[in-house]
Design a protein around this ligand. Structure first.
Ligand SMILES: *Cc1c(COP(=O)(O)O)cnc(C)c1O
Length: 420
């Protein structure tokens, strides 16, 4: 159904009801002022043009009101995180009470493990996918050590089979059949940052729960990309960041999901701070810690409002586009990229990301035989911003909010040239 021509790509953009959203973003340019082909939203999403307005509003309230901005601001700072909750909950398919924006991803992952990884003498192991993002692996290993467990004993890797790149669900089932009674937690990153593989979150959760394990997901590459339907999956917790597909600026805050079944669970360990305390008595200062129900109860500190303003700008943009519309466009846009790569009929390139759109987000990971980083350098010189992962993978992620079919077409032409 797709065609390999610039004319066709332009026609798709002309027919795209979301095409106007590109103009709501700052697109990076080269030295001559020509727009770059930006396919790196999996690493740092682009800046919405409205973001600076949102931040300026907070700067103005701070300038004009000082401390009174906490209650008198146009968007008062005391409940500011609440202005993000509803839109964020929609993006990850959760109930508002299950979602909070706070801290950063790795911090949230630790906080969640404090609560949901409570090992016993016999049930103490953690399963992660073998190519987990380094920060997740460090976090999990350090949690094991914190409980006096040697990661060599306590960490189980869910690995692709020899000669394969993707993890198979059957192999996770086998791990659970063999070690289920020793496993306390499944902590899986979905969508996988390297291969782009999205795992069946609900099936994984049901499998974990069948063996009485806690189940958590890292959605750094999922949030704003796929629809994880977190509530429906039944997962115990999830964490994500907002600077990748959620376009909220470098190092911006993370999101956190705690399933409603844990909303009032007082038996869980928790590292507490005043922002997780009952809002009515927070400022009395002399009360025993009284956790807010739901995900909000895991907050620690009063949050950085300037960062949250950027998140609010981005979430408003997502809400305007509609996440379902974005996902529909995304499947088509990435499908087009896949088609153009297939059309190259070049044995040196191999897309390791799953072929089934249900098992991936917008990213394709392209393995290039015998390539090294110079290939990526050449692409960059040709005006493509993509991402290189050793030993031999280029990751490209056409983001449906600001990438066009024309971007994808030009990328494939440039890749063809560079590979010659
Ligand atoms: C991007 C990413 C992180 C980064 O963590 P921060 O705490 O935000 O620096 C962690 N895990 C995964 C899977 C990621 O993709």
């Amino acid at each position: 159904m797709f065609q390999n021509s610039l004319e066709y790509a332009k026609k798709q953009d002309a027919d795209d009801t979301l095409a106007a959203f590109r103009n709501k973003f700052h697109i990076p340019k080269d030295a001559s002022g020509k727009e770059l082909i930006y396919l790196c939203g999996n690493s740092l999403g682009l800046q919405p043009k409205i973001t600076s307005e949102y931040i300026k509003e907070e700067l103005a309230d701070w300038a004009n009101l000082g401390v009174e901005g906490h209650v008198e601001g146009k968007h008062p700072w005391l409940p500011y995180h609440e202005f993000l909750t509803e839109n964020m909950a929609k993006i990850v398919g959760a109930k508002p009470s299950e979602v909070v924006v706070m801290n950063t991803l790795t911090t949230n992952l630790h906080l969640m493990m404090v609560s949901f990884y409570q090992p016993t003498k016999t049930k103490y192991k953690i399963v992660v996918e073998s190519d987990a993002f380094p920060s997740d692996k460090y976090a999990v290993e350090s949690q094991l050590k914190f409980h006096g467990i040697d990661p060599k004993d306590g960490l189980i890797l869910w690995k692709p089979r020899k000669g394969e790149e993707l993890c198979r669900f059957e192999d996770l089932e086998e791990i659970m059949q063999t070690h289920g009674n020793e496993i306390a937690l499944l902590m899986i990153g979905s969508t996988n940052y390297y291969t782009g593989q999205s795992f069946p979150l609900k099936k994984i959760t049901e499998l974990g729960h069948k063996y009485d394990c806690m189940v958590g997901f890292d959605l750094a590459h999922g949030a704003g990309n796929i629809q994880p339907n977190l509530h429906e999956t039944g997962a115990d917790f999830a964490v994500w960041c907002t600077y990748k597909y959620l376009n909220s600026g470098p190092g911006s805050l993370g999101g956190c999901f705690v399933h409603e079944r844990h909303a009032n669970n007082e038996t869980l360990n928790r590292f507490a701070g005043w922002w997780g305390h009952n809002k009515k008595t927070r400022f009395n200062m002399r009360h025993e810690f009284d956790a807010l129900p739901g995900a909000e109860g895991w907050q620690l500190s009063n949050p950085p409002i300037l960062s949250m303003a950027a998140i609010r700008a981005s979430l408003d943009t997502f809400a305007e586009a509609g996440f379902e519309n974005l996902r529909k466009k995304s499947e088509k846009l990435t499908g087009y990229l896949e088609f153009l790569l297939d059309e190259m009929k070049n044995d040196a390139i191999n897309v390791i990301t799953p072929r089934n759109p249900k098992e991936r987000g917008c990213q394709l990971s392209i393995q290039v035989k015998n390539a090294d980083k110079s290939l990526h350098t050449k692409l960059t010189e040709a005006g493509v911003i993509s991402d290189w992962r050793e030993p031999d993978v280029i990751r490209v992620a056409p983001a449906p909010l600001y990438n066009s079919f024309e971007d994808v077409f030009h990328f494939s032409e440039k890749l063809k040239k560079v590979l010659k």
